[in-house]
Ligand binder design. Structure first.
Ligand SMILES: Nc1ncnc2c1ncn2[C@@H]1O[C@H](COP(=O)(O)OP(=O)(O)OP(=O)(O)O)[C@@H](O)[C@H]1O
Ligand SMILES: CCCCCCCCCCCCC/C=C/[C@@H](O)[C@H](CO)NC(=O)CCCCC
Ligand SMILES: [Ca+2]
Length: 516
């Protein structure tokens, strides 16, 4: 027999209204039972109707304050300050998963350069209210947070790390924590086949960047207060991480977008226009769209065949996602990664479970999550999952400007961006890209010096308006130095203080239990 939850019940007088209050391990509920003097005029409604029950889940209560009934303070209906000694005892008595000590990194230059203000005004007061102690570091240069996490930070002292900034700052957290965890466990990051050790500390994101795609796709909104609340109540959302290698050398990790062609070119151009703030992406996006460059190369990938879900599903990855739970389970049981071979596609072939596609591409995008962001609320791959151990590989072949515009615009509407003849999408566990023309070291040096390289195609056809031989990879907003890369997905390698996107249930067709 299941035990009944124990119940505490009492009556509370607040602002001349009497409430019956009850508390069990799961729920705090209150119901107004009598009103001495009911307000009727004055525009504002009384918040509670007599007889209506209200409730809040215990796991979502931020803090509890005890009023000193004997101190003689007049109860004017407002919350009152509680003696210091008691605040230390209560707030995290609710659940064990709440953080008590956090290490916070603020990028003062991310997005609209509001990171410090957002933290001080909106987040720090909530952390104080919840009795969370913080050690705050305002970064002084790029990679400051990454290097501090990787080498110096006394991680044992903390229950989580928090970044105030955009996707770039989040990426610093991931690199710092993942590298530190591998080093501590003797894992060699340079080996593409190596199974990486998951990080134990959770990462919180207070959005203050330009795209904030990680925050948007894990919480559903880029709002600092909402994110702070997810941190305080100790939510946990697992997330996949892709490792990117070149010739058995580790380059970077990616959690959102790995994009070659269009998104690589947008990023390369926009980096030179950081002074424009978030608008740089619109400017560079438009410019890159007009240049309409395509790139030749070979994409090989290992399709994820042993999983639930496809990139064309209508269902979405939401809080408590069944597919992430199912596929995460499969992954931990080391399911075989052999694909069925039934290719009937021109210029493609199968080799040992790998599929190989050669072509001219306007864009090659790998989305490990939806990449939903304010620019595209459904994202680059709307049905991608946060923690299923796969990435959605989207190949956009050479097509007319008009068709490419149609494809791009569909990211902002209800129409399916994959339902176009020149677009294909595959859910994969690993992939490789090799540009058609090999990159020499001198070409790599030139690229790093920011010079535009045009390929043999141009040398062969001097009169045409040819595409350069190489684009750059946009790796979560950072440019990679190599065009030839190998990518593997590491299922649920990190955890965030988030719970996935919560969707409001739609009650349209159901009788409303509150309606009289
Ligand atoms: N103190 C600093 N000075 C200069 N650069 C910094 C500093 N701290 C962090 N950075 C770097 O700034 C870059 C951008 O930061 P961030 O991600 O916060 O904002 P963003 O680029 O505007 O937003 P998004 O990544 O969402 O587009 C990151 O790559 C980060 O490494
Ligand atoms: C002409 C109409 C065009 C409409 C196109 C809308 C399509 C928008 C899709 C947006 C996908 C963003 C993916 C996120 C990538 C982040 O890891 C990265 C770092 O913050 N941001 C960018 O690279 C910034 C990328 C900005 C791209 C515009
Ligand atoms: Ca995924």
């Amino acid at each position: 027999m299941e035990k009944q939850p124990r119940l505490l019940a009492s009556q509370l007088l607040l602002k001349n209204s009497l409430f019956e209050v009850s508390l069990n391990r799961v729920l705090l509920t209150w119901k107004e039972v009598a009103t001495k003097k009911k307000r009727v005029s004055g525009g504002m409604h009384h918040p509670f109707k007599v007889g209506t029950s209200h409730g809040v889940s215990v796991s979502e209560i931020l803090a509890v304050r005890e009023l000193d009934v004997d101190s003689g303070t007049k109860d004017d209906g407002r919350w009152q300050k509680m003696p210091q000694k008691s605040t230390e005892a209560y707030p995290y008595a609710f659940t064990a998963s709440r953080p008590k000590h956090l290490l916070v990194y603020i990028n003062p230059y991310g997005g609209k350069q509001q990171g410090e203000r957002i933290y001080e005004q909106k987040v720090a007061p909530l952390f104080t209210l919840a009795s969370i102690s913080t050690h705050v570091i305002v970064t002084e240069h790029a990679n400051h947070a990454r290097d501090h996490l990787r080498t110096e930070a006394e991680l044992k002292k903390y229950d989580g790390v928090v970044c105030v900034g955009g996707d770039g700052m989040f990426s610093e957290m991931v690199h710092g924590l993942v590298s530190r965890t591998q080093r501590d466990n003797g894992v060699d990051q340079n080996s593409p086949e190596e199974k990486l050790v998951p990080c134990t500390l959770r990462i919180g994101i207070i959005p203050a960047g330009s795209t904030d795609c990680i925050c948007y796709a894990t919480v559903g909104i880029n709002d600092p207060v909402t994110s702070a609340l997810h941190i305080i109540v100790g939510d946990a959302q697992a997330m996949d991480v892709c490792s990117v290698h070149h010739n058995n050398t580790f380059l970077r990790y990616s959690v959102s977008l790995l994009g070659y062609g269009f998104y690589g070119d947008v990023l390369a151009d926009s980096e030179r226009k950081r002074w424009m703030g978030p608008a740089r992406y619109d400017f560079s996006g438009f410019k890159t769209f007009l240049t309409h460059h395509y790139y030749e190369g070979t994409v090989s990938f290992l399709p994820a065949t042993d999983i639930l879900g496809t990139p064309r599903d209508k269902t979405r990855c939401r809080a408590g996602c069944f597919i992430c739970q199912h596929n995460g389970q499969l992954y931990s049981e080391d399911a075989p990664e052999i694909c069925e071979t039934d290719p009937d596609v021109p210029d493609s072939e199968y080799k040992g479970g790998w599929r190989v596609i050669r072509g001219k591409f306007l864009a090659i995008n790998a989305a490990s999550m939806s990449c939903a962001c304010p620019r595209s609320p459904k994202g680059l791959s709307p049905a991608a999952h946060l923690a299923d151990g796969t990435t959605d590989l989207i190949l956009v072949r050479k097509c007319s400007r008009f068709n490419f515009l149609r494809h791009l615009l569909r990211h902002t509407s209800k129409y399916d961006q994959f339902d176009m003849t020149f677009v294909e999408v595959h859910r994969v566990r690993r992939f490789r890209f090799t540009p058609r023309y090999c990159q020499s070291d001198s070409e790599l040096d030139l690229r790093e010096n920011g010079k535009k390289l045009f390929s043999q195609i141009c040398r062969d056809h001097p009169a045409c308006s040819c595409s350069p031989a190489y684009s750059s990879w946009n790796c979560d907003g950072e440019i990679l130095p190599h065009a030839a890369i190998e990518v593997g997905v590491h299922c649920q390698l990190i955890k965030l203080f988030a719970r996935g996107i919560e969707e409001q249930p739609v009650f349209e067709d159901l009788p409303n239990p509150c309606a009289v």
